[in-house]
Design a protein around this ligand. Structure first.
Ligand SMILES: Cc1cc2nc3c(=O)[nH]c(=O)nc-3n(C[C@H](O)[C@H](O)[C@H](O)COP(=O)(O)O)c2cc1C
Length: 311
């Protein structure tokens, strides 16, 4: 485990040893990799998305590899909030790093109800509101597209949840700046971006879509330049901190997001290839700070924007 004060941060009240977050859906409820990786290698872990009721998810196949990417259509499979409270919540302190609950629903009321349940739970350091899942028929991305809907949904959650509130944005919104501003004005403390991008693969032998859900969400290095651009544009639009993600697999990748304006970065798909990714990225960040003679990585947040006057 790396403890280096040059990497520590306070993200809207979440105290993190380093700016790396395990991205939601790619790290289970924090214990999936525990045989190989000490969870404290992460600054925080975003847990798998939870809904009010258990969800079986989409029919298989749910994963397809693509060039430099992964297409998934899990469909928010999860055991539901009651199971989470009873079986998972009591274990979360054992992670030794902050746990971020990720919530999803099919209506504004679902989100509000989940957020109210999570309010005040000591084991949950923050709530991340997923308004950008492309793999569910109701809710998900349909909430994240329209600034007025985003404002309504985030406002409803803000009324009942007093802790650090992260809103996870969809790039499918088109105008990421407008959606980012809507979330900020409704009371989000932090924005995270990007979620996966909707795509599909066709099996030429069966002549059918490969995934059981027909479409899926693309993640991994294939989406990185798009994600860096999204962080750049969101940083222009809002003044709250950003968590950047999308294809991060090295310290160099993470630095691009930080230079674009991200205060923290999340790593999803790369965990499937390299479970030791958090440690490697943190070591790489330390080397970069050594090389450049910097006292804290936060000196780099948005530095590329300042170099170009945000152009
Ligand atoms: C298998 C899989 C499951 C995911 N599940 C969730 C989820 O439950 N909630 C969520 O907000 N994002 C979910 N995501 C999106 C990731 O958190 C992340 O935003 C996206 O994959 C981009 O980062 P990456 O390229 O590092 O994976 C999932 C991604 C993958 C690959």
């Amino acid at each position: 485990m790396i403890t280096d004060p040059r990497l520590a941060l306070d993200l809207a009240g979440v105290k993190m040893q380093n700016p790396l977050i395990a991205a939601s859906g790619c790290y289970g409820f924090g214990f999936d990799y525990i045989q190989w990786v000490d969870p404290r290698e992460w600054g925080a872990i975003a847990l798998k998305g939870i809904t009010l009721e258990p969800r079986a998810g989409n029919p298989p196949p749910r994963l397809a590899e693509t060039p430099s990417g992964l297409l998934n259509a899990i469909g928010l499979q999860n055991p539901g909030i009651a199971f989470f409270l009873k079986e998972i919540r009591p274990l979360l302190r054992e992670l030794g790093c902050p746990a971020i609950a990720n919530i999803a629903g099919e209506s504004v009321d679902h989100y509000r109800e989940l957020a109210a349940i999570l309010d005040g739970l000591g084991e949950v350091s923050a709530v991340e509101v997923n308004i950008s899942c492309p793999n569910v028929r109701c809710g998900g991305i349909s909430f994240g597209r329209d600034p007025a809907t985003v404002e309504k949904l985030v406002g409803a959650v803000r009324q009942v949840y007093r802790g650090p509130l992260i809103v996870k944005l969809s790039l499918e919104a088109g105008d990421i700046g407008a959606v980012a501003r809507a979330a900020e004005s409704a009371g989000a403390d932090v924005l995270s971006l990007i979620n996966t991008l909707k795509g599909m693969v066709i099996d030429i032998h069966s002549r059918r879509p490969f995934l059981g859900n027909i479409t899926g969400g693309l993640s991994g290095p294939a989406i990185r330049p798009v994600a860096v651009r999204a962080v750049w544009e969101a940083a222009e639009a809002v003044s709250i901190p950003l968590i950047g993600m999308g294809g991060i697999a090295s310290a160099e990748d993470a630095l691009q997001f930080i230079l674009a304006g991200a205060s923290a970065v999340a790593v999803g798909t790369a965990n499937f290839v390299n479970p030791h990714i958090a440690r490697e990225i943190n070591l790489g960040l330390q080397r970069y700070l050594d090389d450049k003679g910097l006292r804290h990585y936060s000196e780099l947040v948005g530095a590329a924007r300042r170099e170009t006057d945000g152009r």
